[in-house]
Design a protein around this ligand. Sequence first.
Ligand SMILES: Nc1ncnc2c1ncn2[C@@H]1O[C@H](COP(=O)(O)OP(=O)(O)OP(=O)(O)O)[C@@H](O)[C@H]1O
Ligand SMILES: [Mg+2]
Length: 243
Amino acid sequence: MGEVEFDDVTFSYEEGKEVLSHVSFKVKPGENVALVGPTGAGKSTIVNLISRFYDVNSGAVKIDGKAVDEVTLHSLRSQMGIMLQDSFIFSGTIADNIRYGKLDATEEEIVNAAKTVCADPFISQMEEGYNTPVKERGSTLSQGQRQLISFARTLISDPKILVLDEATSSIDVQTEKALTQGIQAMLKGRTSFIIAHRLSTIRNCDRILYIDHGGIVEQGSHDELMALQGAYYHLYTSQKEAM
Ligand SMILES: Nc1ncnc2c1ncn2[C@@H]1O[C@H](COP(=O)(O)OP(=O)(O)OP(=O)(O)O)[C@@H](O)[C@H]1O
Ligand SMILES: [Mg+2]
């Protein structure tokens, strides 16, 4: 389970300014989808509608065949893992921050989740390990480390559907590797939507939706879209040159 469908969805934040126009697509349970495209294209808007942060103007967003406005917000959000660009860390220990995804998690489950997303090495290196205190706005953790902790928290909550807004910030090579591996581990067997900036993440997804001007301009696998030599091809080749 975890099928997501956009059925002729039209949406605007403000009257008269359509942000999504007649968008339709269907994502199979377990399928990993990357959303790419220029700034302001409508990528975040699409994932916001899946989490029902807003309601559509017309059409329907459906999960397992049921419109998201026909179920309670609680039941909708309890099946979803939502990770936004700025990872949320609260004051407490690192273990507390991971346990937040499953309040009755054992220590073993916490360590296993951290291992799966490649967060364990940096946590274990700290003097107090999993009992290291962290602060909401403290600078004790890098942005990459904050993301890894939020990955572990999400993984332990075992969501059916994952939504990830990937961070763009430059991070060190080692954390970058851990993040890439951590993302792959989380995606496995889960329906997921990633607003991706890293080429490695995009390439590994089953399907890429290229969004522009509030609609799907191109969709397919990395190889299919490269062969098409359209918008995605140009994005990919220009990013590759910049590296
Ligand atoms: N809360 C909001 N209220 C009004 N307009 C909004 C709001 N959020 C986004 N928009 C507008 O909707 C359009 C699509 O925005 P969206 O955030 O979905 O783009 P995006 O593809 O995620 O861009 P980026 O890559 O910069 O994150 C833009 O024109 C944006 O200005
Ligand atoms: Mg966005």
